[in-house]
Write a protein that binds this ligand. Structure first.
Ligand code: ZN
Length: 192
């Protein structure tokens, strides 16, 4: 397995719309495993393929490692022993609740920024598994939030696009720094 470089805000690959995966092979399974490794190394709870420069409709996430709502220095606490990597292919949201809630989000492609985003509290997702099976499942809470964030990535949308104008404006100087490479990467930040 390998930790892959994470593409940062300003990289055009983050704005591309991904293409569906037609067949699962060893190379794809390896890529999914590497994305998991990268996500854990960066202390993330989700990672979408464009973030490592691949434009296929693939995402990984793991909320099993998150310990309740506890936070330390603003970061959700993790239990590495409770890790359970989920690999999701060709994800589409097919239903989302009108009821939404606002909560802080961050992104491995925008290190050092957290801001509150409204998301539906429940979604239904259609997706393919690594075994090539199609499924429909419902999700709520943090899982629903992570999936909405990652599926946005597959459509070239970043969480800062969903901020109200005042918060977006507040974030602009930081985004410019990320674009100029003046902010430590999520992998560097995770090392301490
Ligand atoms: Zn993200």
């Amino acid at each position: 397995m390998a930790v892959l470089p994470i593409r940062l805000y300003g990289d055009s690959v983050l704005r591309e719309k991904t293409r569906p995966i037609e067949k699962v092979d060893d190379a794809l399974r390896q890529l999914a495993a590497d994305m998991g490794e990268t996500m854990y190394a960066a202390n993330g709870i989700g990672l979408a393929a464009p973030q490592i420069g691949d434009t296929r409709r693939l995402l990984v996430y793991d909320v099993a490692q998150v310990i309740g709502d506890k936070r330390k220095n603003g970061k959700r606490m993790r239990d590495p022993g409770a890790r359970h990597l989920e690999v999701v292919l060709n994800a589409e949201v097919i239903e989302s609740s009108i009821e939404d809630e606002r909560s802080e989000e961050g992104c491995l492609s925008i290190p050092g920024l957290e801001a509150p985003v409204y998301r539906s509290i429940r979604i239904k997702m259609r997706f393919m598994t690594l075994d090539g099976e199609w499924r429909e499942e419902s999700y709520s809470g943090l899982t629903a939030r992570v999936l909405q964030h990652e599926i946005d990535h597959l459509d070239g949308i970043l969480f800062v696009d969903r901020l109200p104008p005042n918060l977006r404006e507040e974030a602009t100087p930081h985004l410019a720094k990320v674009r100029r490479g003046e902010v430590p990467s999520a992998l560097e930040l995770a090392e301490d």
